[in-house]
Design a protein around this ligand. Structure first.
Ligand SMILES: [Zn+2]
Length: 272
């Protein structure tokens, strides 16, 4: 029977690591900022299915938030109201500007009257940005994903539910750029979005979550009101710089149980 005991111990260790049951819930007076990329079915044999949340799972998640009395904000609204947010405030964000944000996510957001922020790459078509982070990511998988057209972006804005933020001009790796190039990526993307869509572009998101002090100061200087990173967790906006905000990463591999844990604690397990 010793082997059975050993197997039970191993299962216990595996699930403890996976779900970190001993970690505490973060106060519901701190808003949650969720990070998504695509809302689409998984593609067999591809690398980035973690970035693809199926429409069915996405609807389960939004329905849960709605039933559980969360209040949805866009990023800029969250910052404007940061000193008197209701308990259970939440901001949904989508990075990059994939077309499925319009075709698959918008109908679900409309159904539950849920607001969201999309961080748009201005020059987003036919671009393989994943290799800017790691050279070996050059399969073209993300390049082949359809991106939002400007007309679709206009419809997203007209829905009244969507804020458009900037995710730079080209989704370059800021750490590889000169100061002038960084300013181009950070400031010109804001100007282009404001001009093209006749809106204020207030919110910024660092590509790959890679940034340094210089980037933060450029983002501040060109008058964004806030910026998000890919650091996992939940911030108290009252006691926090608004230009390095953490987010809760929602993966295409999360089931609804994992999603609910992440909403409570910011992380599902030890480091995910
Ligand atoms: Zn991105």
């Amino acid at each position: 029977m010793e082997w059975l005991f050993l197997i039970l111990v191993l299962i216990f260790i595996y699930y403890s690591y996976k779900y970190a049951w001993w970690t505490k819930s973060v106060s519901f007076s701190y808003p949650r900022v969720l990070m998504y990329h695509m809302i689409s079915e998984h593609k067999k044999g591809t690398k980035f299915n973690g970035l693809r949340v199926s429409p069915l799972e996405f609807e389960k998640q939004i329905k849960f938030l709605n039933d559980d009395n969360w209040t949805f904000f866009t990023m800029n609204e969250l910052i404007l109201n940061k000193d008197n947010l209701p308990e259970k405030s939440i901001a949904i964000t989508f990075d990059d500007g994939y077309e499925d944000n319009y075709t698959n996510a918008l109908p679900i957001l409309k159904k539950y009257n849920a607001k969201a922020t999309i961080y748009l790459v201005v020059d987003r078509h036919d671009r393989e940005w994943s290799s800017k982070r790691k050279k070996k990511n050059s399969s073209g998988e993300l390049k082949r994903e359809s991106k939002l057209s400007n007309n679709q972006v206009k419809e997203l804005i007209e829905s009244g539910l969507i804020e458009i933020g900037s995710h730079t001009m080209t989704h370059d790796n800021l750490s590889s750029l000169s100061k002038i190039e960084k300013e181009h990526e950070i400031f010109n993307s804001k100007k282009e979005i404001e001009k093209e869509f006749n809106i204020k572009c207030n919110s910024f998101c660092y590509p790959f979550g890679i940034y340094d002090k210089e980037d933060v100061s450029i983002v501040r200087e060109v008058a964004y009101t806030n910026a998000t990173t890919t650091e996992k967790g939940i911030d108290d906006l009252k006691n926090k710089t608004l230009f390095e905000l953490k987010r809760v990463t929602i993966s295409g591999k999360d089931n609804i149980f994992a999603f609910k844990i992440k909403i409570k604690r910011g992380l599902r397990g030890v480091n995910k």
